[in-house]
Design a protein around this ligand. Structure first.
Ligand code: GRF
Length: 183
């Protein structure tokens, strides 16, 4: 079976979704890695008996040093694909030149690259919003697009309702992209 590694920084709901729809069916999650020792996703992986490596970015002097260690951890497992599911780090060429990875972003790229994409697209005049899975390269949220899904913004929605729609689409396109790329 193909091997994947999932990187995350926060709550880990996309990690949970990948465990449910991909793990042991379409690919094995051989390990997960987080930069955040307090990430909610740690218990999600542990409960599924998937190893979690905590690689705390605050212990490294700069992005290059951090990415060097991250690449070493990843290469030990020779994964077929690395999945960034809410991994909130800007990656240097040290990472992007040696790791084949995809990223999930909560906007219809190229609109709203970077942080707070959900809030910014909610507040914008855009009527069509959505989510993107793309290849990771050295331009932040700038790699080739693999899959996108969109919806028409309901102007009566609160930010919470809008976010829930984004989340729902994320749960669809990330597993679909992984299956598409691995088969
Ligand atoms: C997602 O909205 C993802 O698009 C963004 O960070 C969030 C991660 O959420 N980059 P979770 O940790 O998977 O719940």
């Amino acid at each position: 079976m193909k091997k994947i590694i999932v990187l995350f920084s926060g709550e880990g709901s996309n990690l949970a979704n990948i465990i449910k729809h991909i793990h042991n069916q379409h690919a094995n999650i051989v390990c997960t890695i987080t930069n955040n020792p307090n990430a909610g996703g740690i218990s999600i992986a542990t409960n599924a008996n998937i190893p979690v490596l905590i690689c705390d970015n605050t212990l490294y002097a700069n992005r290059e040093e951090y990415d060097t260690v991250l690449v070493q951890l990843i290469q030990k497992h020779s994964p077929d694909l690395v999945v960034l599911a809410g991994f909130m780090r800007i990656l240097t060429p040290i990472f992007t030149n040696s790791v084949r990875s995809i990223n999930l972003h909560p906007s219809l790229l190229p609109a709203f690259k970077g942080s707070k994409a959900i809030e910014r697209s909610f507040q914008s005049d855009e009527t069509v919003c959505g989510v993107t899975v793309h290849w990771v390269n050295d331009e932040l949220d700038g790699g080739d697009i693999i899959l996108q899904k969109s919806f028409t913004k309901d102007l009566n929605d609160t930010l919470e309702e809008f976010s829930a729609k984004i989340r729902q689409l994320e749960y669809e396109i990330l597993p679909q992209s992984i299956i598409h790329l691995l088969t």
